[in-house]
Design a protein around this ligand. Structure first.
Ligand SMILES: [Zn+2]
Ligand SMILES: [Zn+2]
Length: 378
């Protein structure tokens, strides 16, 4: 290992699901293997899914808890790092991957590039031909550590001039909201309602919808979230102060929204989404409630109104880079609070209470800069 890279590091790990977050200071730094790079983690967002995985309440597609989780578990899938070492031969084989480059540590970690979904450009659903796909939420150590090895063949190379603080939460929250807006297929001047508009995902959904020329209503609770949502140029409905949110939305949109994006993680938030839609409207689901959740909507309402329901899991790498580009160019400005790495347990508590307007980004390590010494090359 080059002298500038330590052999041990600080990580935030969970030994058992539902157990506490523990900071360990002598966790080994892995060497990048064949087709891998080593990145020094600079910043990472804290996503609701990290919280559910730690707590053991993350639900799979069957609605049952996901138990196949690597333990000890190191979460973090909204990270931005700087490449500090390359695996054998990578520099010669692929000059686009260089020491000093900015990279993302995302949900998707390794994909097969050969299955039906990879071939369609939906590699976040990779089913694995030949190799088992992995992600940084369940199978591999994520960004809650100082150094991470990444697959060079599926690397998220970020523009060198993007602000790593703003790029970090865009890699999951931003991408998920961006993809939901694509799925919503709304036109200029059409109405979009974002439920949970003041949270980590919601704030992005509001801004991507506005960037698409939609008229946007954010539904959430409290003054802080109202201030955030209206600062982007959207209207706001406080569900705590509005006795009948559905009627209010119907009235504001003259017959309902063209799309409702449900970015809240509570089952109650899904119940009213269909009734906020106009005929032919689209319900886009992006938050997953603990235990999987159910949509309490009658078949009659779905059929008679011709409602479309679309779920989505993050997005592909191309969509991720498009979402980042809108942040790099200032079209979308996520509200983030930078906090020290050691605050992670506190941030989990605040997320659980729904206290955070915007997103918390943890500072994991100092940036060695783009001109990391060439000696780091292995
Ligand atoms: Zn996430
Ligand atoms: Zn695949």
């Amino acid at each position: 290992m080059p002298p500038s890279i330590p052999t041990t590091q600080t990580v935030a790990l969970v030994r058992t699901l539902g157990g506490p977050v523990e900071f360990v200071h002598d966790y080994p730094v892995q060497l990048p293997g064949q087709d891998e790079v080593l990145a020094k983690v600079l910043y990472t967002g804290v996503c609701q899914s990290d919280l559910h995985t730690r707590a053991g309440t993350a639900a799979g597609a069957d609605g049952k808890p996901i138990t196949a989780i690597k333990l000890p578990h190191i979460g973090g899938h909204e990270g931005v790092g700087r490449i500090v070492a390359l695996g054998p031969g990578i520099g010669e084989r692929d000059p686009s991957i260089q020491i000093g480059g900015l990279v993302g540590i995302r949900f998707s970690s390794r994909v097969c590039r050969r299955c039906e979904y990879c071939l369609k450009g939906e590699e976040q659903y990779c089913q694995g031909v030949g190799i088992k796909p992995t992600n940084h939420l369940h199978h591999e150590d994520g960004a809650f550590q100082e150094y991470v090895c990444l697959d060079a063949g599926y690397i998220t190379l970020l523009p060198q001039d993007v602000d790593p603080v703003l790029a970090a939460p865009t890699l999951c929250a931003g991408l998920t909201a961006y993809k939901a807006m694509k799925n919503a297929e709304v036109g200029v001047g059409e109405w979009v309602v974002v439920v949970g508009a003041g949270g980590g995902l919601g704030q992005y959904a509001v801004q991507y919808a506005l960037a698409q020329g939609a008229r946007v209503i954010g539904v959430d609770g409290g003054q802080q979230k109202r201030d955030l949502v209206t600062s982007f140029g959207a209207q706001f409905v406080d569900f705590r102060e509005t006795p009948d949110v559905v009627s209010k939305v119907q009235e504001m949109t003259a017959c309902g929204a063209h799309a409702v994006i449900v970015a809240a993680a509570s089952s109650a938030a899904f119940a009213q989404a269909a009734s906020m839609l106009r005929i032919g409207g689209t319900m886009c689901l992006i938050g997953i409630p603990p235990g999987g959740g159910h949509i309490e909507t009658t078949v009659a309402e779905i059929v008679i109104k011709g409602i479309k329901i679309k779920g989505n899991l993050v997005g592909n790498l191309g969509e991720c880079l498009a979402a980042v580009e809108l942040v790099r160019t200032g079209v979308v400005k996520p509200k983030v609070y930078v906090r020290p790495f050691k605050d992670l347990p506190k941030v989990y508590e605040e997320l659980e209470r729904g206290d955070i307007a915007g997103r918390v980004v943890l500072k994991i390590g100092e940036d060695p800069g783009a001109n990391v010494e060439r000696a780091s090359k292995l």
